[in-house]
Design a protein around this ligand. Sequence first.
Ligand SMILES: Nc1nc2c(ncn2[C@@H]2O[C@H](COP(=O)(O)OP(=O)(O)OP(=O)(O)O)[C@@H](O)[C@H]2O)c(=O)[nH]1
Length: 418
Amino acid sequence: MFDFFKKKKKEDENKKEYLEETYQDDEVEEEWQIEDEYEEDFKPLEGGETLVFESSNADLEEEFSYDESEHNENLDSNHISTEDLTNSSDFNYEESNNYKKEEIYNQSYEESENKGFFGKLRDGLLKTRDQFSSQIKNLFTSNVKIDDEMYEELEDILISADIGMETTLAIVDSLRYEINERNIKDSDEIYPLLEEIMVRHLDRDNLDNDLNFRNNELAIILVIGVNGVGKTTTIGKLAYNLEKEGKSVMLAAADTFRAAAIEQLGEWADKANVEMIAHSEGADPSAVIFDAIKSAKNKDIDVLICDTAGRLHNKKNLMKELEKINKTIDSHAGSATRENLLVLDATTGQNAVNQLREFKNVTDITGLILTKLDGTAKGGIIFPLQYELNVPVKYIGLGEGIDNLEKFDSKSFVDAMF
Ligand SMILES: Nc1nc2c(ncn2[C@@H]2O[C@H](COP(=O)(O)OP(=O)(O)OP(=O)(O)O)[C@@H](O)[C@H]2O)c(=O)[nH]1
């Protein structure tokens, strides 16, 4: 699965220094029993090694030529080996190695490379458009009388597209106002006006839909989200996108809750041809991020994308875990530009809005990635997320392929809905 492993020396002094620097706050220290945890997490690990999963790259392979027998000798149970991964009962190496790589590349490259951004967006939003656009067209091209009944019908259509009550009412109010102001009598003219008003509502707060990068500064992206929303897939796609833009990317497998999460991320690291830093299942996520920051700095990496476990059922622990991760980043990469991106599954409709509300109570969310828009007619969910909760959508997922992640742009999105 991983083309080879590289082992990296870690001095015990660094660990001590890290613990001292990071955990000066008595309260946090007490609650987390940091000393114990870290002693366990960092227990060397004969030779004090951390595993770095390298992507397949001939040059790198030469540079860090990997001696498997040496690796096996030194491997500590606290870290993962290829064998652990391939032999684990819930992981089928053969299958996983063959499965998506081919599928994903064929599907993505052959079909999508020929299509421009807008073509892909329109394809991805087919289900949303099918439902929404046909209803809107029916309403406005049938010489409907511009009266309260028409506005009520429009409200129903917008709400059924998951646009949410608050945004729907705001859009319909604006439309009513504009129709009066412009003295529109012909219902045909309402169709483009509605499109214009919908874009305006998405853009109301001038939210920044781009990722936050500064030249020559490491950017650290924490990716948060509950199981199954498409977090791992999205990290792989994002790494691939950013690499294509010319940035060097590294992944940190800080969702250590399940071994399968680490394995799956490793697969995506391979597909996107980027490096991944991982410890074993149950390790301290902050320790993984600490190692990843060190490695990213040593290698002059532009973007470090960190997977995290987003288990909302234990909000207090999640909050503490994220606090600890943030503290680690502040202490060791204080000048890094930061993003906390929440991944939401569009097919869950209003549930995605509830998840954003919950996560906003737990941590600062700087942006959203809305996945699986290709599999739902609920694309309108993007409106309450941006308009009501004021969090910018930065990317949208339009399929399972590695290049099925697109930057979000309100004008193109609304165009593709109509
Ligand atoms: N159609 C479609 N499927 C997607 C998209 N993003 C992710 N998926 C699929 O959603 C499923 C779950 O994705 P994962 O990346 O495993 O989700 P996760 O949040 O990491 O889930 P856990 O590993 O259980 O925490 C997979 O089958 C993905 O292929 C998307 O944009 N469109």
